[in-house]
Ligand binder design. Structure first.
Ligand SMILES: [Zn+2]
Length: 318
């Protein structure tokens, strides 16, 4: 049973949808076409990876487009076998004149609500944005808690912007509104970024956390704290955060007794959806099928969703 707990709207834009939205909005076609712009066909680094993700931004500057792309993202995940999806979005990127952050987030919630399977929206604050803009994202997320938004996250370049203290108020407010808390940490920054995210922001989950695998004491601490790692295998290989599926940090997380859930991060960028991620972990990654079953159980336990949805997911596990 697949739960996709880490996938970004911006990395889920179908090339054919991008082409259609671009024609309607008068956005010029990229020199090599939308497929080449959005999809990364070889291993590189995080900068190149993010450039492919960002290629979708010009067509997302419209509320109807955002709603459509959100619905298609969840529908595509459902067609891949996912029974629950958490769709991450950085609403400040797509806001503009006539499109305040809250309306961007509301449009994404509307799209997700029209999709085939239950899904929740996780609002991402972005490290390169000002504290003021990120607070606005957090406030919008809190206003839409229970209306589609299920969680708050922080994403972006953690090497250029390592400080977490600017987000403490935002996470405290999100906690008070019942939102799930997660942070992208130690994808590129040293392992300690995971402990900091847990201690400073109070998150229960971390996005990627790849470099935590370098520190066995930290992994032991994470296991004791019940921290969940949102693992996105192919994305980590393409950005260089993991050498291969066989030598992916997931194996160290699991053997240290840490909680692990899965996502496909940016499936259009990577060309690999969650179902294929699991197949890859089982074959090239050498993961035991019982570990995959454990991951599904963990995912149901730690997904950011309402109790009713969790109860239904639990029944599906049986
Ligand atoms: Zn991510």
């Amino acid at each position: 049973m697949l739960l996709n707990l880490h996938t970004h709207l911006e990395g889920c834009v179908r090339p054919e949808t991008a082409a259609e939205l671009a024609r309607a909005a008068g956005v010029p076609e990229p020199p090599l076409g939308w497929d080449a712009a959005l999809c990364m066909h070889e291993r590189s680094d995080l900068t190149m990876f993010l450039a492919h993700v960002a290629a979708a931004y010009p067509v997302l500057a419209d509320l109807d487009a955002l709603a459509r792309v959100a619905r298609e993202a969840v529908d595509d995940a459902a067609d891949d076998g996912a029974v629950f999806v958490e769709l991450k979005v950085g609403p400040s990127t797509h806001a503009g004149p006539g499109r305040p952050i809250i309306e961007v987030l509301r449009a994404v919630c509307e799209g997700v609500a029209a999709a085939k399977v239950p899904a929740g929206v996780v609002a991402c604050m972005l490290r390169h944005e000002s504290e003021h803009v990120n607070m606005e994202v957090a406030r919008a997320a809190c206003r839409l808690a229970g209306k589609g938004v299920v969680g708050l996250d922080v994403a972006g370049d953690e090497l250029l912007f390592p400080a977490l203290s600017p987000y403490t108020d935002a996470f405290a407010m999100a906690r008070a509104h019942g939102l799930g808390l997660t942070a992208h940490a130690a994808e590129a920054a040293p392992a300690e970024a995971v402990r900091e995210a847990v201690e400073v922001l109070g998150v229960s989950r971390v996005g990627h956390g790849s470099r935590a695998a370098e520190d066995s004491n930290l992994l032991e601490w994470c296991a004791g704290q019940g921290v969940s790692f949102e693992v996105c295998p192919t994305s980590n290989v393409l950005t260089g955060a993991a050498p291969s599926l066989a030598r992916h940090p997931i194996h160290r997380f699991l053997s240290a007794g840490c909680r692990v859930v899965l996502g496909d991060d940016d499936p259009v960028t990577t060309g690999v959806r969650l179902g294929a991620e699991v197949d890859g972990l089982l074959s090239a990654g050498g993961l035991n099928p019982s570990a995959v079953r454990d991951i599904a159980e963990t995912s149901v336990g730690v997904a950011f969703c309402e109790d009713g949805v969790r109860a239904r997911l639990r029944q599906m596990l049986r």
